[in-house]
Design a protein around this ligand. Structure first.
Ligand SMILES: *Cc1c(COP(=O)(O)O)cnc(C)c1O
Length: 412
């Protein structure tokens, strides 16, 4: 496979940008986001699902600038921990548009949700329903159900099957019991039902099937309780195109697949990856090139599993190309490795790169905008990269690069 890099994997706003200039100004490794791409994806979702019916899943990528962008685009925002809530609140996100998730929310987190006026909590367990009553959460409470659907994705990011730590199981009757309990509770306001089957899902039939189970479950709850289900939140998970060979369904196709299952009921969705992933690229500097006679060539870059753990965690695949010759044939089969002290620290095990790749080249991995920076660590005491947003060809720092002294900030 010697095909040149396919530029359609890049967001439009980064296609004509001189990434070498950006790297010279901000250093490497660096996350570079096309701000217009983020906004365009938000708008596509709002067009398909309606105002107030789309929540961005903050865990995909969250910082003050991102929170503000999401607020400006009129979306709701999912947070799943007290930490994500704190970032959202400090950035001034409208609290009534916050949705609080998590399978093990603490009393302190639920109290913070109550005190700040969070609009919705998605309840995950009977223990949590006890806590919500005790804490006196005044917003809406949705019941998260597991519809028993396999999502055709990696098992670690598959959440809708019966054997899951998340939610109330539909098939055992636990979900119906939870809905009945919230509806009957004098202390709680019932906000609807929620299901999220997993992440990086390409198969629309998985969605249609899950939506069908949730739709039938909603009918059953209405019959049993005599109360209308005000909202069906179908989670997120729409896949992103990482590789030339991937093909991701459009938001329009995704919306149609969901609708077939739940009929006329109001639907809400919570995209994370499909808003943020394709908006960004990571820039790395090549530091060493090691050709093993009769074996692979290792091209090592100045980042690795600390800025992108997905290849190690899920065996996730990426494309790679060289910034100054994107159209060059990629004849060399290479492993793009990181700089960490682990043999497994590989970003792209089966990359194709121009045969003349050399020390000092600027290497780009596209589609790193989701679950990259948000999963970054300081392993090996590597400072986390900076993040820039580009708009109209102008880049601005939205997360500064960690300094060496930042690495000592918490030492007592
Ligand atoms: C992670 C998550 C999402 C977003 O998933 P993506 O694959 O990033 O779209 C939405 N809802 C819930 C409850 C989640 O846990």
């Amino acid at each position: 496979m010697t095909d040149p890099f396919d530029q359609t994997l890049l967001p439009v706003g980064l296609r004509d940008l001189d990434l070498a200039v950006i790297a010279a100004e901000f250093g490497t490794p660096l996350f570079v986001y096309d701000e217009d791409h983020l906004r365009a994806r938000c708008r596509e979702y709002v067009t398909q699902f309606g105002e107030g019916r789309v929540a961005y899943a903050g865990k995909a990528f969250l910082c003050t600038a991102m929170v503000r962008l999401i607020a400006e685009e009129g979306l709701h925002l999912d947070v799943a921990t007290g930490g994500e809530l704190h970032v959202a609140l400090r950035a001034g996100f409208p609290v009534e548009r916050l949705v609080f998730h998590g399978n093990n929310k603490s009393d302190a987190e639920l109290e913070a949700a109550r005190d700040s006026g969070v609009g919705r909590v998605v309840a995950d367990s009977f223990d949590e329903l006890d806590r919500l009553e005790r804490v006196g959460f005044a917003g809406e409470v949705l019941v998260r159900v597991t519809p028993g659907v396999e999502a055709h994705t990696h098992e670690f990011i598959q959440t809708g099957t019966d054997d899951s730590k998340f939610g109330f199981t539909v098939s055992t009757g636990a979900a119906a019991e939870a809905v009945a309990r919230v509806v009957a509770s004098p202390a709680l306001r019932f906000g609807g039902i929620h299901a999220h089957i997993g992440s990086q899902v390409f198969r629309l039939d998985s969605y249609a099937k899950a939506a069908g189970v949730v739709g039938a479950f909603a009918d059953e709850c209405e019959r049993a309780t005599g109360v209308d289900i005000p909202l069906v939140n179908l989670g997120g998970g729409l896949g992103a195109r990482y590789l030339h060979s991937d093909s991701d369904p459009s938001v329009t196709e995704y919306a149609a697949a969901l609708r077939t299952g739940v009929g006329d009921r109001p639907i809400m969705v919570e995209p994370g990856r499909s808003i943020a992933a394709a908006a960004a690229v990571t820039l790395y500097r090549v530091g060493t090139v090691k050709a093993i006679p009769g074996g692979r060539t290792y091209v090592a870059v100045d980042g690795g599993m600390s800025d992108n753990p997905r290849p190690v965690l899920y065996g996730a695949g990426y494309e790679a190309y060289l910034a100054d010759r994107p159209d060059a044939p990629r004849a060399l089969a290479a492993a793009v490795a990181g700089k960490h002290c682990e043999q497994g620290d590989v970003i792209v095990p089966d990359a194709h790169l121009p045969a003349d790749v050399t020390v000092g080249d600027l290497l780009v991995t596209p589609v790193t905008g989701a679950y990259g920076y948000s999963m970054a660590s300081n392993y090996n005491k590597v400072p986390r990269p900076a993040v820039v947003f580009v708009r109209d060809g102008q880049a601005r720092v939205v997360i500064r690069r960690e300094s060496l002294d930042d690495l000592l900030r918490l030492d007592a």
